[in-house]
Design a protein around this ligand. Structure first.
Ligand code: S3P
Length: 169
């Protein structure tokens, strides 16, 4: 089984993914981390030196490779489902879970995160919330195709497990 966690930047894909994988005894990986290892550069550096289009190509390559691994939880970059046929690819090759969160919570989490995010790092407060709203309007049509949609606030691995397997723990 392959579980893809999708959703906007800051919704908690990586932290939930790690805990979920631990509970299921699955492998975990985060697409941004794999891209960074393969490129030998951090995501912001890839954006600034090679451009976003190259980042999206690298993202697609890592996504294709994910289909070779089984019993895995994959935390994806927030833009991944919205490029190429990536969303359909994930729907075909695994279970997709959209971690949904409102723009104010996302902004708060992004502002307090250590992760460098080239698309939003220059923004704060209301400007950040407005940008999140604009991007979400474009991205949700993709995210909403997910097999399961879960509320990100106070989300626990057991909630996802019960959705996927109908169990409580
Ligand atoms: C991006 C999200 C980031 C990272 C890159 C672009 C996006 O990942 O892939 O900065 O387009 O939403 P997170 O969703 O883990 O922040």
């Amino acid at each position: 089984m392959r579980i893809y966690l999708i959703g906007f930047m800051g919704c908690g894909k990586t932290s939930l993914g790690k805990r979920l994988a631990e509970k299921l005894n699955f492998t975990f990986f985060d697409t941004d981390n794999v891209i960074e290892e393969q490129a030998g550069m951090k995501v912001p550096e890839i954006f600034s030196k090679l451009g976003e289009a190259t980042f999206r190509d690298l993202e697609r390559k890592v996504l294709s490779e994910s289909a070779l691994i089984d019993d895995v939880v994959i935390a994806t970059g927030g833009g991944m489902p919205c490029h190429f046929d990536n969303m359909d690819f994930m729907l075909k090759h695994g279970k997709t879970i959209y971690i949904r969160m409102d723009p104010a919570s996302l902004a708060d989490r992004i502002e307090n995160s250590h992760k460098k995010r080239p698309l939003v790092d220059h923004l704060k407060g209301d400007a950040l919330i407005s940008t999140i709203k604009e991007k979400l309007a474009l991205r949700e049509p993709y995210y909403m195709k997910a097999d399961c949609i879960v509320k990100g606030e106070s989300l626990k691995p057991k909630h996802v497990i019960s959705l996927l397997f109908g169990e409580n723990d």
